[in-house]
Design a protein around this ligand. Structure first.
Ligand code: PGA
Length: 232
């Protein structure tokens, strides 16, 4: 099981450093495949012994005249080689088109980054039935090289993100099964994963890991979630 913490616009540099230290100590002696933390851009720093630090975003250039963005140069300062691309908040709030997202993907793939690529549908799509659902989800792979060996896919239904209500096991299985048939990449589930729901989510065969927002913000709570997910 792989565990990813998406801090979104939470935490500072100081609190992220303290968080990583605490997570390391909470997880000492626990055998884990991988744990990664995505802090905000101002809190980027080198990872620790077992905690990988990744970026929530990055522009598809080394450096240059791109006000408000960070690029490869800023990520390399902290030896960051993991990036989140295609999160629904970037798509919906910041208007990132599929074409723009595909450019980011191609760039960071070229740089050899580990890419956690997010897809997910709004509730209105779910309600339109399976054909519409999968047509929508597959369209989020337009321009994306899904054979890239350092790709991890995260399925995050928008209606389950930040709502406190995770998708059901059946909801997750429906989508994961089809994605697994189509793509070889490890597959994460994200959307209101909590300490109370991790056990049943981790037990789903097609779930290789989880991408956690709110329940990852406290290191102790995230460590508890990881341990429950691993059954230790
Ligand atoms: P959530 O966020 O766990 O707070 O629902 C997940 C995500 O958006 O990655």
């Amino acid at each position: 099981m792989q565990f990813f913490a998406n801090f979104k616009m939470n935490h500072t540099r100081a609190s992220t450093t303290a968080y990583i230290e605490q997570l390391e100590s909470e997880l000492s002696g626990v055998a884990i495949e991988s744990v990664s933390v995505f802090p905000p851009a101002t809190a980027l720093q080198k990872g620790s012994n077992r905690v990988v630090v990744g970026a929530q975003n990055g522009y598809f250039e080394q450096s240059g005249a791109y006000t408000g963005e960070i690029g490869l140069e800023q990520l390399q300062e902290f030896e960051i080689d993991t990036i989140l691309i295609g999160h629904s908040e970037r798509r919906e709030i910041f208007g990132e088109s599929q074409e723009f997202i595909a450019k980011k993907y191609a760039y960071y793939k070229e740089q050899g980054f580990h890419i956690v690529y997010c897809i997910g549908e709004p509730l209105s799509l779910r309600e339109q039935g399976e054909d519409a659902l999968f047509e929508y989800l597959y369209s989020q792979f337009d321009g994306i090289d899904t054979n890239y060996e350092k790709l991890t896919i995260a399925y995050e239904p928008i209606w389950a993100i930040g709502t406190g209500v995770s998708a059901t096991v059946a909801d997750i299985e429906l989508v994961h099964k089809r994605l697994k048939e189509k793509f070889d990449a490890p597959l994460l589930y994200g959307g209101s994963v909590k300490v109370d729901s991790i056990e049943q989510i981790a037990a789903i065969e097609s779930v290789d890991g989880v991408l956690v927002g709110s329940a990852s913000l406290n290191a102790k709570e995230f460590a508890a979630l990881i341990k429950r997910g691993l059954g230790v």
